[in-house]
Structure formats: C-alpha cells, structure tokens
Design a protein around this ligand. Structure first.
Ligand code: DTR
Length: 340
C-alpha cells in the first residue's frame, strides 16, 4: 500500500514538473521550436558544431528556443540545403559550398590554392570575405556561421609517393579541390562526403581528397591505409537560416544568434584543427596508416601544376563581372592577418 502511495506521489510530481513553463529568461514566453538540417552522419564535424550551436542557443535563451537537429540527410540532402532552407523545408541548414561550385562564386574563392594553413585561419578568412562582399548567393537567408575544413590531403587504398602514382587514379573530391586533383592528373570523381563511404567500399574510388578528420569520424582509416600529405586547399561551409523565420524571432533571441556568429565560426575552425590531430594519431596507432611526406623536390613539382589555377580563376570570374583580382588579394592579406 505504502509503495502505491509513493509511486502515485512520484507520478504526480513528475507530471507537475513537466507541465511547468521553461525557466527565466524565457519564462512566460512560448517555446520556439526550430529544425536544423545537416547532410553528413552525426559523428562528423558539421554535426558536432551543430550540436554545440544548439546547446548554446538553448542555454543562452533560457530554454525559450528549442532546436531539433537532423543529421545524416534525414531532412535535407547535401545539395538541397540552400533551396530547402530558402523554401522553409528546414528552418536552418548546414551546407558545403563546394557541392554547388557555380552558386557560391565569391566565397568559393577560399578554396583556391592560396595557402590557408588551417581551419581556424580559414574560418576567419571566409567570414571576413563574406562580410566584405555580402555575396548575392546568401541574400535570401540569414547566415549564422561560416567555417572551413583543415587543408585537404590524399587518403588512398594504394600509396601515392609521386606524381606518377596519382596519374589516372580514381579519387573523390568536390568544388575547388576537384580542380586540384585534375591538375595533378588524377581521375577526379565528384560527390558529396555523405556518398563517399559507399563509393570507397564498392571500389568506385580508390581514395579521396579532403581534411583528415574523416579518417576517424567516417572510419576511412579502415580502407585507406595511405595518406599523402599535401595540405593543399580547404572546403568552405555555411550555416544558413530561413529569412522569414529569422525575422519573426524576438529581438533577444536574434541577439543570441547574432552574438554567436563569429564565435561559432571560430569554435568550429579550432575544433576541426584539434580533431584532425587526434584523427591522425588514431589512424597511425589503430590502423597503422602510413603518412607519406613528399620530398621538397617532389612537392615543388606538385605545386608547379597548381600555378595556373588562380590566374585562370581570376580571368574567368572577372569576365562574369566579379572583382576577382581584389578577392584574391583580400584572401592573401587575410591569411597573413590571421596567421600571425
Ligand atoms: N572536405 C569536404 C567537406 C568535408 C570535410 N569533412 C567532412 C565531413 C563531413 C562532411 C563534409 C566534410 C568534402 O570532402 O566533402
């Protein structure tokens, strides 16, 4: 009997607690629920940064805002992000600009071989470039963060020790990085990261060209036993929000999101850099992956192949009416600024 009373009391208190409104400062206000779409699987860095942003927003709004996250393309796929967010299929979405190279012309300039040394610098360069040029491609959305990966390296099933080894090799990359693989003579295969695990498994590609954290997060170290260190280019990302949904938010919530824009971009860049280091150590220890360092003479040959890319980009984009030369000069200056 006593047991029953105790149980009833517990049920009563739990029900009462669940019915209580959220605590201050959102007290009294209705809870705002937002959906956040992401394309790769949950353990990858785009989703880690998404969960961090969700936690910060929920904390800083005192529970007034609740974010429902959808990793793994369950709400929107890799190439549907921008259109899906603009149309309101998701309130917020995370996109990799390289997957639609013709759409994000200005910000994709960060994936030219200009020597961005790491994701922290890359993220700050990208943010400043976006702020300065306010590209048309983002005019219909509210940008909540921008960040980049660490520089890309070759992860492969076969060792790549020289330019000869990479000739005709089926390697996966997207956007600016794709051009680089072509310049080196690889057979470049384009697809989003989310399609890569299956392509590797089925043998459609022999490897990929991307930042190294995926060796651990997507377990590529199990199939790619070789990494050739080139540290060449980054991939730029953006987190965007449906403009109407953003405009309808109360001012205090807007301020929380506004204050988080640069902070979140920097946080993600720093997380990425640290995580790459961990993934490299893990790949060596757990899967005996060989990390190949090209000799200075060999590296010079690889770099020489990339020389025409920037000039060509300037020519092509200037013809489209974009201040291409100024953009490249800005990126170079920003790299200097943030590398100090
Ligand atoms: N490098 C880009 C972007 C990228 C790097 N790591 C991840 C993890 C999950 C999704 C995308 C990315 C790419 O190779 O697609």
């Amino acid at each position: 009997m006593k047991k029953h009373i105790a149980l009833l009391a517990i049920v009563f208190f739990m029900t009462a607690a669940m019915a209580l409104p959220p605590l201050a400062p959102g007290a009294g206000a209705e809870t705002i629920t937002l959906s956040y779409a992401n394309f790769p699987p949950a353990p990858t860095f785009p989703c880690v940064q998404m969960e961090r942003w969700k936690a910060e927003v929920e904390k800083r709004t005192g529970g007034q805002v609740k974010i429902n996250t959808f990793p793994g393309g369950t709400l929107l796929g890799a190439k549907e992000m921008m259109d899906g967010v603009e149309a309101g299929q998701a309130d917020i979405g995370n996109l990799c600009m390289a997957y639609q190279p013709g759409r994000f012309l200005i910000t994709n300039a960060t994936s030219l071989p200009l020597g961005i040394p790491n994701a922290r610098v890359g993220s700050m360069v990208l943010w400043d470039l976006y702020e300065k040029y306010q590209p048309e491609a983002f005019a219909k959305v509210k940008v909540l963060a921008m960040f980049t990966t660490a520089p890309a390296n070759i992860m492969s099933k076969v060792p790549v020790r020289s330019l000869e080894d990479i000739q005709g090799l089926d390697l996966r990359a997207s956007g600016g990085a794709a051009q680089i693989l072509k310049a080196w003579g690889a057979n470049q295969v384009g697809m989003p990261m989310s399609a890569t695990p299956e392509a590797l498994q089925k043998g459609v590609v022999q490897g990929l060209f991307s930042s190294l954290e995926v060796m651990k997060d997507l377990k590529f170290a199990e199939t790619c036993k070789y990494v050739t260190l080139t540290d060449t280019v980054i991939y730029p990302f953006a987190v965007v929000m449906n403009m109407d949904r953003y405009n309808a938010l109360p001012d205090d919530v807007k301020k929380v999101m506004e204050d988080l824009r640069v902070e979140q971009s920097l946080w993600t860049g720093e997380y990425m850099d640290e995580h790459v280091e961990k993934a490299v150590a893990w790949s060596k220890q757990t899967h005996q992956v060989e990390f190949i360092q090209l000799s200075p003479e060999e590296q010079a040959k690889w770099n020489q192949r990339l020389d025409p890319i920037v000039e060509q980009w300037i020519q092509d984009h200037a013809a489209k009416g974009i201040p291409a030369k100024a953009i490249v000069e800005d990126i170079r200056a920003l790299i200097q600024k943030y590398s100090q």
